[in-house]
Design a protein around this ligand. Structure first.
Ligand code: ATP
Length: 245
């Protein structure tokens, strides 16, 4: 199957089992979401998918050649300006300086940064601008899989919406696949095609949800209704520690 296929995935740090017997599939072109409370192992799963950690048990099969991470902290190089930060990964790929900077300029436009912003250093950028630089840097290496670890959670509500829409648009335009980590059910409903709800420590699959509605139809009313519908599922509510009335 083109896409991501995970079977029986487990991981431990020393004696602590953090992820246990996790299985899920994510078809190419879709957005999957790992949703669960703090410490349930979401980042650990993402790290295994991205090859940063080896699973203790289970298999991860995928057809992607260029996975990239986008984290909550943009992790920009403070001594390089925004344009150089975006172009940085291209140097390791052997792309010449002129081409690197041209590609960075195009990407700045795509993620909504002005050309003047390219000469600014990270400390001169707002949090939202830094996250746009991080996104452009990720796109620069032409990924086919985005691994998104709470990339919007440090942004205020308005900016978060803008960035969510931007990411979803880029995923559609570039035919990317994405795996998003979040503890925010509304964000999962707004962005994901498939949601895997993890139970707390160790992370196991508590529930699975499929949201077939196209992204453009997911307005506030839709998100509100769907959140309530998913919380009516006792396994989901229990995993997210929501009291059912
Ligand atoms: N490198 C590590 N060494 C030891 N323990 C770790 C390491 N990384 C994570 N853990 C532990 O594994 C568990 C799962 O961590 P993980 O970051 O995957 O959870 P998470 O669901 O992403 O949490 P959050 O939502 O708070 O980011 C936690 O108890 C954490 O303390």
């Amino acid at each position: 199957m083109p896409g991501l296929e995970i079977r029986g995935l487990s991981h431990s740090f020393g004696p602590q089992t953090v992820v246990e017997d996790l299985s899920f599939s994510l078809p190419q072109g879709e957005v999957g979401c790992l949703l669960g409370p703090s410490g349930c192992g979401k980042t650990t799963v993402l790290s295994m998918v991205g090859g940063l950690l080896l699973p203790a048990a289970g298999t991860i099969d995928h057809s992607f050649r260029h996975p990239v991470f986008v984290f909550q902290d943009p992790c920009l190089l403070p001594w390089r300006d925004a344009r150089d930060n975006i172009a940085f990964g291209l140097k390791a790929m052997g792309v010449g300086r002129r081409q690197r900077l041209e590609r960075a300029d195009r990407l700045m436009e795509i993620v909504g940064l002005a050309s003047d912003d390219g000469a600014k250093f990270p400390h001169e950028l707002s949090g939202g601008m830094r996250q746009r630089v991080a996104l452009a840097r990720a796109l620069a290496v032409e990924p086919d899989l985005l691994l998104l670890d709470e990339p919007f959670s440090a942004l205020d509500v308005g900016l978060r919406r803008q960035m969510q829409s931007l990411v979803r648009r880029l995923i559609a335009e570039r035919n990317l696949t994405a795996l998003l980590v979040t503890h925010d059910l509304a964000e999962a409903v707004r962005l994901a095609d498939r949601i895997l709800v993890l139970s707390p420590s160790p992370g196991r699959v508590a529930a699975r949800h499929h949201i077939p509605e196209p992204f453009v139809q997911r307005d506030d009313g839709f998100v509100h209704c769907m959140v309530n519908r998913l919380l009516a599922d006792p396994a989901t509510a229990q995993a997210l520690a929501v009291e059912l009335s």
